[in-house]
Design a protein around this ligand. Structure first.
Ligand code: FAD
Length: 378
């Protein structure tokens, strides 16, 4: 059985970011590393967007917007994002950049196979794939399993689920320099539902029908809503260039409690998806940096995670969305009504002071949050 220092089970976003940080640090070139994934990771399987103020991945950014629309039933707000911009990165470009770098390093091997199981025994770990077994000192696991979250009720699971169509229209209808961050003017049907539009030209855009709710819809239900919205925009003829589908966990479930001395869960599997928004890209950049810094002085993965005040804020929002899903539109609309996008982004990036937290919390419907807090306490 071949032995490695580190094995990555799953090599999507969080694994590649972590490995990239390890390479950049120059501190792991003597460690044998294996990447295991059932997929080739060379297709555009998702489009990532995130707000950024530090030139992250500028070389592979497809779009970079300085403004964004927020639309509710009662108002439309054009948000000025400065000092942030809202960026789009296609996963195919990201994977290429990462693998071009990885392939230059002889200490890293890639093997395409399905991981069946992995475990820790003594000071070693064993990974079983469909065709082979490997041993290693430590595992970074990014294979998400919903079983653990579904097996408990203390930390509810709301899902961010969506289908997106990348369309090319006959009519000039999109404002290329301004995406629609959330459009809550669509029928809520007792849930938190919005349209998300990422224009790449005046006739091309990715349109996503998105819900933050407990249960998924049928494929037809998302697609009918996209068709209706396209008609509402005044488009009479269009071509669907690409489709994407996603289901991101929004939960405060303490994934880190499943880390052991030698196995760490990363990415969505490690709770790196921000519970209140489902955004994972930026959080994974931050967490992978923290993890690689941590690895340079520590090797017990159970010591990695630290809980912060933002986890408690997210917990209340998820409780509200889980129990009274129809309130999502009011909560997000109240937050974005002020137009202070930079403060909200800073808050969601978990970088605000307590005084700034209060300013954001003050924008939200307080009655709902006080009720959720009392329910948690008692
Ligand atoms: C369509 C889509 C759009 C998204 N858009 C955004 C966005 O705009 N902004 C944002 O912040 N987040 C977004 N997300 C959420 C999040 O950023 C992504 O899901 C991100 O890829 C999560 O990273 P990860 O490392 O946790 O998982 P992944 O990137 O999914 O990596 C996990 C890897 O494990 C592999 N794998 C799974 N099971 C096995 C197995 N048994 N054996 C071997 N390999 C296995 C998979 O092939 C995959 O490569 C989006 C998600 C989706 C699905």
């Amino acid at each position: 059985m071949k032995h490695y220092h580190y094995i990555f089970t799953g090599n999507g976003l969080s694994a590649l970011l972590t490995l990239f940080e390890m390479i950049q640090s120059g501190r792991f070139s003597d460690k044998k590393i294996l990447l295991l994934d059932s997929d080739t990771k060379n297709k555009n399987d998702r489009t990532w967007c995130f707000w950024d103020s530090e030139n992250l991945f500028n070389g592979i950014t497809t779009k970079n917007w300085q403004q964004a629309w927020f639309k509710s039933e009662n108002f439309i707000n054009k948000l000025e994002l400065f000092p942030y911009s809202y960026k789009m990165v296609k996963s195919a470009d990201f994977y290429k950049l990462m693998f071009d770098t990885i392939l230059q390093h002889k200490n890293i091997e890639i093997f395409q196979d399905e991981v069946l199981e992995f475990s820790e025994s003594g000071n070693n770990c064993v990974v079983q794939t469909k065709t082979k077994s490997f041993t290693c000192n430590q595992i970074f696991n990014s294979i998400y399993s919903s079983e653990l979250v579904n097996a408990q009720t203390k930390f509810p699971l709301v899902q961010q689920h969506f289908i997106g169509w990348f369309v090319k229209s006959k009519e000039v209808v999109f404002t290329e320099d301004c995406p629609t961050f959330m459009d809550f003017s669509i029928a809520q049907k007792g849930n938190t539902r919005f349209m998300y539009i990422l224009p790449t030209s005046s006739t091309e855009a990715l349109l996503e029908y998105t819900l933050f709710s407990k249960d998924l819809l049928s494929k037809e239900a998302y697609e009918t809503e996209i068709e209706n919205y396209i008609k509402k925009l005044g488009i009479t003829e269009y071509e669907i260039v690409e489709k994407e589908r996603g289901n991101i966990p929004m939960t405060c479930f303490p994934f880190w409690k499943n880390n052991s001395k030698n196995i760490i869960n990363i990415g969505s599997a490690g709770g790196w998806s921000k519970a209140s928004t489902g955004y994972t890209f930026k959080n994974s950049v931050k967490k992978s940096r923290e993890l690689v810094r941590f690895l340079q002085t520590e090797n017990d993965f159970t010591k990695f995670h630290k809980i912060n005040k933002f986890w408690y804020y997210d917990l209340l929002l998820i409780d509200i969305l889980y129990q009274t899903n129809q309130h999502g539109s009011t909560i997000f609309s109240n937050m974005f009504k002020s137009g202070k996008a930079s403060l909200i982004f800073k808050f969601l990036d978990e970088e605000t002071s307590f005084w700034e937290d209060l300013q954001v919390i003050w924008m939200c419907p307080q009655r709902l949050f006080i009720k959720a807090l009392l329910k948690r306490i008692f």
